[in-house]
Write a protein that binds this ligand. Structure first.
Ligand code: EPZ
Length: 424
């Protein structure tokens, strides 16, 4: 097991470049199954989750070239060899469920091992399955060799109206990918509006699909006969960028993050400004200047986009742990995304919580401790706390962090963080 050793660091100063978005590139990779042509995705981040999905796509029949130096991925699936994701791979990553829609659309069959009960909640896929059934798929779940599987078959998918009980990001993505080759038109109501949905729609439309309304809660997809290959540059990672913005704020530093889309960061910018730090939005960068500022506590409520992102909740909890006054966090998206509270408490944070609401009283100083990452964003939050805690903080289970942050240690060290990777 590897760990990060983080020591109290001064103000982080300088420039960073955001990588391509993990949560955008994974659906794009799955969408490449919808054609037998070659697709090329530029600015693909070298992340563990991307590697796992590459393995899954290769098992399915994908021929993949991942050029990590030039950061592009080429995927070509001339024919589908196996209609699904094996448990040893699918179980490692929830996004493996995203091959369901494309496989159903391409060959009318898909068998995917259900992703392991993720740490942050049950994370069911009922909305994915309900939508696919509405389009004419037969869905069954079964257990084999101790794994749960979902199998979906469909002679052909028919467009229809689907209302999502919750604007699920994954369900919206799966249903768009199932609908692009379906007969007729599909309308997804109460759809997720995340930038990653817009990026997927842009990618599919470049492949010849007809997807309208992505980015709103009503998405209209007109089925077409076939899709062709394309080249696309994935959008920057707004959560990695937000994490670096909080790093500047918590350390009283001044960071400029390049390759950033300011409009994807609005709730993070608004909340950071409310704490008293300065945020400057550029054409393709964002700058957070917290020099000489004492942070004021704020109240956070996580919501589907364009609300405050749940993936930034843990990072803001670390910030509130050292801000002035009492802040609150209401986590409305996942039912169990407060496991970082126990870890922050080990560092001296004054946090109480009940159900999905937490109260954080900022303390003058945190102290180093041995803590563990409980999900990738919680892990990043513990590193941020370690930057300002007195002494040394050791963060274990860092494979979580490496699932979603490309060259995290290198990037943080480049702006003055005292952090090192230790292989145990
Ligand atoms: C995506 O997960 C992201 N992952 C998550 O990022 C992110 O936290 C989440 O969206 C919300 O923004 C990827 O894009 C790979 P959901 P997803 O379906 O699609 C419930 C990270 O840190 N739900 O919008 O799985 C579900 O239980 C990760 O990068 C159902 O009830 O999220 C949850 O409470 C963590 N039934 C809520 O909706 C369903 O069929 C949001 O889930 C589907 C979801």
């Amino acid at each position: 097991m590897a760990k990060y050793v983080v020591r109290q660091s001064g103000a982080l100063m300088g420039d960073l470049v955001a990588s391509g978005s993990k949560n955008a590139v994974l659906p794009l990779m799955a969408a490449s199954l919808l054609t037998d042509d070659k697709c090329r995705i530029n600015d693909t981040p070298a992340l563990r989750d991307v590697e796992v999905l590459c393995r899954i796509l290769e098992d399915i029949g994908g021929q993949i070239r991942f050029n990590k130096e030039e950061k592009y991925l080429e995927i070509e699936t001339p024919q589908i060899r196996a209609a699904g994701a094996a448990p040893h791979l699918a179980g490692r990553m929830r996004a493996s469920i995203l091959v369901l829609g494309p496989l159903l659309a391409r060959i009318g069959k898909a068998t995917v091992a259900l992703p392991g009960g993720c740490a942050i909640g049950a994370r069911p896929i009922d909305l994915h399955l309900k939508g696919l059934e509405a389009m004419g798929a037969k869905v069954q779940t079964f257990e084999k060799d101790g794994f749960d599987f979902v199998e979906a078959t469909a002679e052909h998918l028919k467009g229809c109206e689907i209302y999502l009980d919750f604007p699920s990001v994954g369900a919206t993505q799966n249903l768009i990918m199932a609908a692009v080759l379906a007969e007729g038109t599909t309308l997804i109501q109460n759809a997720a509006e995340e930038p990653e949905i817009v990026d997927l729609a842009n990618f599919l439309n470049k492949m010849g699909a007809k997807v309208k309304g992505a980015g709103t809660d009503n998405i209209r997809i007109e089925g077409v006969k076939a899709l062709h290959g394309t080249e696309h540059t994935v959008i920057p990672d707004r959560i990695e960028t937000g994490t670096f913005m909080v790093a500047a704020a918590i350390s009283g530093g001044d960071l400029t993050i390049h390759n950033a889309v300011a409009s994807h960061l609005t709730p993070i910018t608004a909340k950071l400004r409310e704490t008293g730090v300065d945020v400057f939005e550029g054409e393709d960068f964002i700058r957070v200047d917290a020099r000489g500022k004492s942070l004021k506590a704020v109240n956070i409520k996580t919501l589907p986009y364009p609300g405050f992102p749940t993936d930034m909740q843990a990072q803001f909890m670390a910030l509130l742990a050292v801000a002035k006054g009492k802040g609150t966090i209401n986590e409305t998206v996942f039912e169990n995304r407060f496991m970082h509270i126990d870890q922050l408490r080990k560092m001296g944070a004054d946090i109480t919580y009940a159900d999905r609401k937490a109260s954080i009283i900022g303390t003058k100083a945190l102290h180093g401790a041995q803590v563990r990452a409980t999900d990738l964003r919680a892990g990043a939050a513990l590193v941020l706390a370690g930057l300002v805690a007195e002494g040394v903080t050791e963060v274990s289970q860092v494979y979580y962090i490496e699932r979603g942050y490309e060259e995290f240690v290198e990037k943080m060290r480049s702006v003055g963080a005292d952090i090192e990777y230790i292989e145990e």
